[in-house]
Design a protein around this ligand. Structure first.
Ligand code: SAH
Length: 397
C-alpha cells in the first residue's frame, strides 16, 4: 500500500507552491518522519488548509514534486493520461514534422510531473526515472502512455541509485526491440542513436536549435573545432552546413567510433575530418604549439570534469576555458559557448563571458542566445529550471 500523509509547509513554501513552484524542498516541510519513496503528501498550511498534493521522491535537488493543487484530484492512471496527453498535444508540430523524428515528449516539472522525462526517437519512447518515488508509479504511467501514444517500442533509464547516477541495466521494457543504431532525423540531419547502451543515447536533444543555427548560419566555408564533442553531433551539423573541416575532441575512447558512425550515416568521409581522442586542455596546448587556429570553436563541457591532471567545474572555470578557446580562435571568428549547469543563470554566464574577454583585452559581440527548445517545457515563471545556456560570441579584432 502506498503511504499517504499530511505534511505542514512553512509559510514561504505555502506562498511559493500556491504560486506554482513545483519543487518540494527539504526546508519546505516540518516533518522529521521517515517517508517512503512514492508517498502521497497532502501539503497543508499552518492552519491545516489544503495547499497541494505532492509525491515524495529524493533527487539531488529536493525531496519531491507537486502533482496537483486540486484537492479532489487522485493520482491514478487518469491523472497520468491527462498530463501525458497534454504534453503530447503541445508537441503536435514536432510529431507532424517529417524532417525531425527525435524530441522530448514530457519534460518533468515543466509538464507537471517532476522526476519523469520521456523522449521520442522515431516511434520508440525512452522514459527516464529520476527517483524511486516516481518509479513507484511506473505501472500506472506505462498504462497511461500506452493509452495516449502509439508506442513502437519502450525503453527506460533508471537514474536514482545512491549517487544519482544511471543504473546499468537492460533498458528494454516492451514492444518492438530497436535495432541499433537507430537513425533519427533532426531538421533533415541524420543521427545514429542507441537506446540501450548506457546512460546516454548518442544525442543531446536539447541542442537541436543550436545545431540548426550552426549549420544554417555559421559553418559555410569555416574551420570548426568541436570540443567535448561526444559523438560529434555539432561536427555533423557543421559539415552539412558547408564547413571546410571539423576537428572533434573528446577524451572518451568511444567518441572515436561514435563520431565516425555519425559522419557515416550522413555520408560524410571521416578521413577528411579530424577526430582526436584527447583531453581538451591538452588539445589547447597542442593547438597553440602548432599554431592552429579555427574560425568557429564550440565549447560544450560537462558541468564537472575530472581527468588525471585537472578538475574542471563550469561554475568556477568557464572564464578560463573561454580564454583558452580565444587563443586558438581567428580574429572575426565565433565561439559557441554552452553550459547545462543549472546552478547559475544566463546573466551569470554572460558575466563569465565578459570577464574572459575583458581580461584578454578582446572585444566581442553576442550574436545569438539559446536556452532550452520549445519541447523542453519549463515551469511558468520559474526560469531557474531552464538549465541550458548557449551564447554565440563573435570575436572582434
Ligand atoms: N557537445 C556534446 C556533448 C558533450 S557531453 C554534444 O553536443 O553531443 C560531455 C563530453 O565531454 C563527454 O563526451 C565526455 O567524454 C567529454 N569530456 C569530459 N571531460 C573532458 C576533457 N577533459 N577533455 C575532453 N573531453 C572531455
Amino acid at each position: 500500500m502506498r503511504q499517504s500523509l499530511e505534511v505542514k509547509l512553512n509559510s514561504k513554501s505555502v506562498k511559493d507552491i500556491t504560486n506554482g513552484y513545483p519543487l518540494l524542498t527539504k526546508e519546505a516541510v516540518d516533518t522529521a518522519r521517515v517517508l517512503e519513496e512514492g508517498s502521497i503528501l497532502r501539503l497543508i498550511d499552518a492552519n491545516g488548509r489544503y495547499i497541494a498534493t505532492a509525491y515524495y521522491g529524493l533527487q539531488n535537488k529536493g525531496i519531491g514534486w507537486v502533482l496537483t493543487r486540486k484537492e479532489q484530484e487522485k493520482i491514478d492512471v487518469k491523472f497520468f493520461v491527462k498530463k501525458i496527453s497534454a504534453a503530447i498535444a503541445k508537441r503536435k508540430n514536432l510529431y507532424e514534422t517529417d524532417d525531425t523524428t527525435a524530441f522530448r515528449v514530457f519534460n518533468g516539472e515543466g509538464d507537471g510531473i517532476g522526476g519523469l522525462i520521456i523522449d521520442f526517437y522515431d516511434g520508440f519512447y525512452m522514459v527516464n526515472w529520476y527517483s524511486e518515488g516516481i518509479y513507484s508509479f511506473r505501472e500506472d504511467i506505462y498504462q497511461a502512455l500506452g493509452e495516449v501514444a502509439e508506442v513502437r517500442g519502450l525503453y527506460e533509464k533508471l537514474r536514482f541509485n545512491t549517487n544519482g547516477q544511471y543504473v546499468e541495466q537492460d533498458d528494454y521494457v516492451s514492444g518492438e526491440k530497436g535495432e541499433f543504431p537507430l537513425i533519427v532525423l533532426e531538421n533533415g540531419m541524420k543521427y545514429a542513436v542507441d537506446l540501450n547502451d548506457g546512460a546516454m543515447t548518442g544525442i543531446f536533444l536539447d541542442q537541436r536549435d543550436v545545431r540548426k543555427a550552426l549549420r544554417d548560419h555559421y559553418a559555410k566555408g569555416k574551420t570548426v573545432l568541436n570540443t567535448f564533442s561526444y559523438t560529434g553531433a555539432f561536427s555533423v551539423a557543421a559539415v552539412l552546413g558547408g564547413a571546410v573541416k571539423t576537428t572533434s575532441v573528446d577524451v572518451a575512447k568511444r567518441s572515436l567510433p561514435k563520431t565516425i558512425e555519425q559522419f557515416a550515416v550522413n555520408e560524410i568521409d571521416d578521413e577528411a575530418q579530424g577526430i582526436k581522442v584527447m583531453d581538451v586542455f591538452d588539445y589547447f596546448r597542442y593547438a597553440a604549439r602548432h599554431e592552429l587556429k579555427f574560425d568557429v570553436v564550440v565549447l560544450d563541457p560537462p558541468s564537472f570534469a575530472r581527468t588525471k591532471k585537472i578538475t574542471f567545474s563550469t561554475a568556477k572555470d568557464y572564464p578560463k576555458l573561454l580564454q583558452d578557446a580565444l587563443k586558438i580562435t581567428n580574429d572575426g571568428g565565433l565561439i559557441i559557448a554552452s553550459t547545462n549547469n543549472a546552478s547559475f543563470n544566463m546573466k551569470k554566464f554572460k558575466s563569465f563571458i565578459d570577464k574572459a574577454f575583458t581580461e584578454s583585452n578582446t572585444r566581442y559581440k553576442i550574436l545569438e542566445e539559446h536556452q532550452l527548445p520549445e519541447d523542453f517545457t519549463v515551469p511558468h515563471n520559474y526560469p531557474e529550471f531552464n538549465y541550458l545556456k548557449v551564447v554565440f560570441i563573435k570575436v572582434m579584432n
